[in-house]
Design a protein around this ligand. Structure first.
Ligand code: ME8
Length: 676
């Protein structure tokens, strides 16, 4: 039995899960399910990254302590994965006691094994809180006299001579290059390996691995001679999760799980965090004289209309739970089938490693062509034939018919090929190619029905129908199993229909045959379509649910006694109902030139385009302080032009002359939600 250990990045808890997070988690889930089916000793880890300046700032923005924020948000990731049916994962939080012990232990171990690899100095330079990363100017972009992070498109902060512990990263360029050369599979796909090799060849600078300017982190486990309190750099803390989850509770780095799983670790990550995983992490491990993980697989970014799906761009955010609910609405199996369809689309649409643009056209296209048509029709047609003729012609394997030149033999060959190719592709972390191989078999099975015409055989009372029906049933059996890693719910339903209640193992060829190993005596029961075709109406309903405006509540009823005149200086419900207040998320904010009170904002109200709004709040709020906030917007105010800028709404704020406070909601609601 082999061992397989797969990890997702641990996600930041400064916001809630979106489709980008779901993607990595689904990739890992698929690989874990596949290896489980192959009989491998499988372990799958995900979790949340809860320390650092970014989390501390996010908490303060919400008026919470960091501990309160992380305790609120971490379960939302765990819940999302449970709702999405992610199987048998372990969930680690970096605020957990064991993790904190292991991180301190890793630090001490580096100091023991290679004392000079960590030293005190002072750091001066740029820092992006979004990435929690130090940058040189050559890694940043200049925008209107400011250095801006290329990923977060926001100004970076200058850290001025912050006293810090440094890690001697510069020592590791050569050993890392040697490791990559000796293990070509260490960084995949190739393009990312080449990127890291080029980065290493250009030389490495030592890395600041502690911070003193904030406190939300794991304390450095040794005193600073000047008495300053340091917390460990959040990436050193976060990366250690992959190891700490395997360690015993006392924080020792070792024990049976480390021995068993660590050498097999595969880190699946987005390309945005490749350098941390492919350079910093192995260097920390080398300095501690610990073995490296087996590999790192970086995937590309999902975009929406070309913009990366991210927390900072709400217009790109798609909630995976809402999407799967909407996709499964037409199926008797509901969300479970919606989840399968979403998994299928994400895994099939782009080869792992490439970027992909999420579009509803391609999602609906694949749903209808590949799930409803190719797979759905095969299932429906096969089960119909089995139900209709199975009693008169009980399916039976006929060795001679199976071996003879003809459709059954082609079917068998296609099954053998699909199984072997899918195994190779899943093992090589190429789920899109595995699905292509399986769908080639689905195509051959559909052709088998066209060629053999079981309905005509039934009519002609042809006894060969018994073998034909057997072959159809065996094909469904093979397909149910081969699709199980990607389509767990559809696979389970299909297996129930054909009576496959054996342990869920991969269908392998033995003595040149896959199909002949299908269990005998399969029963069948009447199906309901797994993936009902999405017609125009269904597509419109999905769009409405996933990207449409949040439902607008009906206006409150008029007062019960209309003859009662409202008192002076009050307005009635009707008048209030005419004011359309909506939650809006501030996407960007810039000062209006020569107007010291004005900021020009773009605000997401859940519409196709963000609104342009000019607000008189510049004296009270710096642009940076309001980006990302959810405010209350008067959405139906007549547009006006202020200082030559079109303003399409008003933001509610407190204060007469001077602005004293900005309207806010105490929790995140989808942009566009009505406020009343
Ligand atoms: O980086 N397309 O956490 P994070 C594809 N805490 N994948 C995406 C994506 C997109 N548009 N957006 C996010 C962190 N992801 C650190 C990791 S690990 C020791 C610490 C996925 O919450 C992708 O896997 O910003 C990416 O690497 C990860 O979410 C970033 O999540």
């Amino acid at each position: 039995m082999s061992t397989f250990y797969v990890t997702t990045p641990i996600y930041y808890v400064n916001d809630v899960p979106h489709l980008g997070h779901a993607y990595t988690t689904i990739v890992c889930d698929t690989l874990a399910r596949f290896h489980q089916m192959r009989g491998d000793d499988t372990r799958f880890l995900t979790g949340t990254d809860e320390h650092g300046q970014k989390i501390e700032e996010a908490a303060h923005k919400r008026g919470l302590t960091p501990a309160q924020l992380v305790d609120q948000v971490a379960p939302r990731f765990d819940d999302a994965w449970k709702t999405l049916g992610i199987a048998d994962y372990r969930f680690i939080r970096t605020t957990g006691e064991r993790h904190k012990r292991v991180v301190a232990e890793l630090w001490k171990r580096i100091r023991r094994e290679n004392p000079d690899d960590i030293y005190l100095a002072s750091y001066q330079g740029w820092y992006c809180v979004g990435c929690e990363a130090f940058y040189t100017e050559s890694q940043l972009v200049k925008d209107a006299e400011q250095w801006v992070c290329a990923t977060h498109k926001r100004a970076v902060a200058w850290l001025d001579k912050e006293r810090s512990w440094f890690f001697r990263l510069s020592r590791f360029a050569a050993p890392l290059l040697a490791h990559i050369e000796a293990h070509p599979e260490f960084i995949r796909p190739d393009a990312y390996r080449n990127e890291i090799v080029a980065f290493l060849r250009s030389g490495l600078r030592d890395l600041s691995v502690s911070r003193t300017s904030f406190a939300w982190g794991i304390p450095v486990p040794e005193p600073d001679p000047e008495g300053l309190a340091h917390v460990i750099y959040v990436w050193m803390d976060a990366l250690t999760n992959y190891l700490s989850d395997l360690c015993p509770d006392d924080g020792t780095i070792g024990g049976p799980d480390v021995a068993r799983y660590w050498p097999e670790a595969l880190h699946v990550i987005g390309k945005d965090i490749l350098r941390f995983h492919a350079v910093y992490w192995p260097a920390f491990l080398m300095a501690a004289n610990l073995p490296l993980p087996k590999g790192i697989f970086a995937h590309g970014w999902w975009t929406v209309r070309g913009e990366k799906i991210s927390k900072s761009l709400p217009a790109t955010r798609i909630d995976p739970v809402v999407l799967s609910d909407a996709l499964g609405a037409g199926s008797a199996h509901g969300r479970a089938i919606g989840i399968d369809a979403m998994r299928y689309y994400l895994l099939r649409e782009v080869p792992l490693g490439n970027d992909g643009d999420f579009t509803f056209e391609s999602l609906f296209g694949r749903f209808n062509a590949e799930l409803a048509n190719d797979l759905g029709n095969l299932i429906n047609r096969s089960l119909t034939m089995l139900t209709k003729f199975g009693a008169e012609f009980p399916p039976a394997f006929d060795a001679a018919a199976h071996a003879a030149e003809g459709p059954a033999r082609q079917l068998e060959q296609a099954a053998v090929e699909a199984s072997a190719q899918a195994v190779a592709c899943f093992e090589a972390v190429q789920p899109s190619r595995a699905l292509e191989a399986i769908w080639r078999f689905v195509g051959v099975a559909n052709r088998f029905i066209d060629q053999t015409q079981p309905w005509a055989m039934g009519k002609a009372k042809d006894p060969a129908l018994r073998h034909t029906l057997w072959a159809l049933r065996a094909s469904l059996w093979a397909i149910a199993r081969m699709t199980a890693p990607v389509l767990p719910a559809a696979s389970q339903a299909l297996r129930a229909w054909i009576g496959d209640d054996g342990p869920l193992a991969w269908p392998v060829a033995r003595e040149g045959s896959v199909l002949v190993h299908a269990p005998a005596n399969l029963g069948s029961s009447p199906p309901s379509p797994l993936f009902p075709r999405l017609d125009d109406k269904a597509q419109a309903a999905i769009l409405e649910k996933v990207v449409g405006l949040a439902a607008v509540p009906t206006p409150p009823p008029a007062p019960a006694t209309p003859e009662e005149k409202p008192a002076a200086a009050t307005i009635d419900y009707d008048a209030f109902g005419k004011i359309e207040l909506r939650a809006g998320k501030v996407l960007t904010a810039v000062a209006v030139p020569k107007a010291k009170k004005l900021l020009h904002l773009s605000v997401d109200l859940g519409e196709a385009q963000p609104r342009s709004i000019v607000a008189g709040i510049a004296e009270a709020y710096a642009p940076d302080a309001i980006v990302g906030r959810t405010v209350i917007v008067v959405a139906n105010l007549a547009p006006a032009t202020i200082r030559g800028i079109r303003s399409e709404g008003m933001i509610l704020a407190a204060g007469d002359e001077a602005i004293l406070g900005l309207s806010a909601l105490d929790r995140d609601v989808p942009p566009g939600t009505r406020v009343r």
